[in-house]
Design a protein around this ligand. Structure first.
Ligand code: NAD
Length: 526
């Protein structure tokens, strides 16, 4: 009975998918795969709808690529690697230079794709592209980044030097919240180091990745350097398991991150996995009030809170809690609307489920004793966005660590406020959170800032800077529960992740160079 119902499942799913497809207009575009330099339609019968989160309409269908299509993408990358690994570092630098210019010129176009599929407001979507573009710009320094070391002589006539060599085919799995930046954290550094790539973008917003693939083609990337497959869990599992893939980069939630890290390392791959976060901002009473409150509002509610570096907990130290009414007033002035509207500050959440989940956490936290100072659940938006997934800025206070709004990553415009008496209490609170992605202190005291930066156990720290994401000459150094693996994205760590170090010990005896006269006689057999 059990086996019958299980074997019936794929057929039921296929039937449900067919029924779904028949309800979707025939003119809804299907997102292609990008394999071996060609944009090709998948032959799958499983399609996932991509929604505009501001209107709820289906904008495209993304395929769950078949096993054969994954094989083809990986085979293309493996074949391209044979030549690309021997390309000169100047060739690779040139490709990155051409790509960065094309992305810069196309920024508005990519940003619009992001707003329509992800929901964030257009100005913020431009920032999404810019922060990825900066990594491509950094990849243009690949000749000096790839340099190895030499020590000579280590013994008579003996030299010892190290080379950084590429590792092979690499794969990347990305989340929905930065559709341009995070793919650009991954494949450009991999390609610049001499590797080839298979990218699986978020199935919720593949548009930016597809546009960037077109730009790589214009930049003269040869077929196979970048391949794009689509899908969800099955696609990820195929990438984790495939013996020809040497390294996997992942950015996304905890559940997927744990799974991917375990599964891909089990087959001997290198894995870097950036996962969830809960970031605290500490407000000292001596801080510049206006700067602090405006930065806090931007970092808590910008991108509708759907940033892994969003400040979702405000820790008010001592009398700074008296600033709360002004914080509430400032947050209540934010305009919630479709991201394409010129006056919008906050767009929608990615899905109806994300909104429902956030509202559930707010309701639970109120039951657990939190007080709601600003309630975004009743937000009104223009009529044309009535079917969008909007939640307005929400501020909860009297929050304690046991409450859901503190313990869960809500990924929505919800700020939880905690009150403590001293900086030491704030530091102890943050250090007891499982996550270590980012944190910030707002203060005018150098001594407090120094104590905080030294004692806090979080990988990215801001002093009067709310979202301290490092530029690409450094790495994205989230720590503890926010990362699995020990090599960070971009910066010097990217070179470590995407290359293997080879050491060469060579002996060329200088005495052998003394044979200076040409031998003109016939060799004798002495
Ligand atoms: P997600 O984990 O749901 O999805 C990320 C990717 O993993 C997608 O491509 C998806 O197809 C795949 N995936 C999801 N569940 C899977 C499973 N069970 N098995 C195999 N593959 C699976 O994440 P999301 O909702 O798209 O993104 C939001 C999350 O990403 C948040 O938790 C946020 O904190 C995190 N994030 C972290 C960072 C960082 O640098 N730490 C940056 C951005 C986003």
């Amino acid at each position: 009975m059990l086996s019958r119902s299980l074997s019936a499942r794929p057929a039921m799913a296929a039937a449900a998918n067919k029924a779904f497809l028949s309800t979707v207009g025939a003119n809804v575009p299907k997102v292609p795969l990008y394999i071996n330099g060609q944009f090709v339609q998948s032959s799958t019968d499983k399609w996932i709808p991509v929604h505009n989160p501001a209107t709820g309409e289906i904008t495209s269908l993304v395929p769950e690529a078949t096993a054969e299509e994954h094989e083809a993408a990986i085979a293309s990358a493996a074949e391209a690697y044979k030549d690309w690994r021997n390309s000169t570092v100047l060739t690779r630098q040139r490709k990155m230079m051409d790509l960065q210019l094309l992305i810069r010129n196309d920024m508005d176009n990519i940003a619009e794709l992001i707003t329509k599929e992800q929901g964030k407001v257009l100005s913020d979507a431009r920032g999404d592209v810019l922060r990825g573009l900066q990594v491509v710009e950094h990849a243009c320094s690949i000749p000096s980044l790839m340099m190895g070391e030499t020590l000579t002589p280590v013994a008579t006539d003996m030299d010892l030097y190290s080379l950084r060599q590429p590792i092979g085919v690499c794969a990347g799995i990305t989340p929905f919240n930065f559709p341009a930046m995070i793919p650009l954290w991954m494949f450009p550094m991999a390609n610049a180091c001499g590797n080839t790539y298979v990218l699986k973008p978020s199935e919720r917003n593949p548009g930016a990745s597809m546009r960037i693939a077109e730009l790589t083609e214009q930049a003269g990337f040869t077929p196979g350097l970048l391949n794009i497959v689509h899908g969800a869990h099955d696609s990820v599992n195929m990438l984790c398991d495939h013996p020809d893939i040497r390294a996997v980069s992942f950015v996304g939630g905890d559940r997927a991150g744990r799974h991917i890290f375990a599964r891909a390392t089990a087959t001997g791959k290198r894995v870097q996995a950036n996962t969830a976060a809960k970031n605290h901002g500490v407000i000292m009473p001596d801080a510049n009030k206006n700067h602090t409150l405006s930065q806090l509002v931007g970092a808590a509610f910008g991108a509708a809170g759907q940033r892994c570096m969003a400040l979702s907990v405000a820790v008010f130290v001592g009398s700074s809690r008296e600033w709360l009414p002004e914080l509430v007033e400032m947050a209540s002035k934010l305009k919630v609307s479709g991201g394409m509207e010129a006056d919008a500050d906050i767009g929608p959440l990615i899905s109806a489920q994300a909104k429902q989940r956030a509202e559930g956490i707010i309701a639970d936290s109120i039951e657990q004793g939190a007080e709601i100072l600003l309630d975004g659940r009743q937000v009104t938006v223009p009529e044309k966005y009535a079917a969008g997934h909007f939640l307005g800025p929400t501020i909860m206070t009297n929050v304690s660590p046991a409450m859901s709004c503190y313990s869960e990553e809500i990924f929505a415009p919800v700020l939880s406020c905690v009150f403590v008496d001293t900086l030491d209490e704030a530091i102890a609170l943050i250090n007891s959170s499982p996550y270590g992605n980012g944190t910030a202190i707002f203060t005018n005291s150098g001594a407090a800032a120094r104590r905080f930066t030294n004692d806090i156990d979080v990988g990215q720290v801001g002093v009067n800077v709310p979202i301290p994401v490092p530029l690409p000459m450094f790495s994205f150094t989230g720590s503890r529960g926010s990362i699995r693996g020990d090599t960070h994205f971009y910066g010097k760590d990217a070179i470590r992740f995407f290359t293997q170090t080879k050491t060469v010990t060579s002996l060329w005896r200088s005495a052998d160079a003394e044979v200076s006269r040409a031998a003109v006689h016939m060799p004798t057999m002495k």
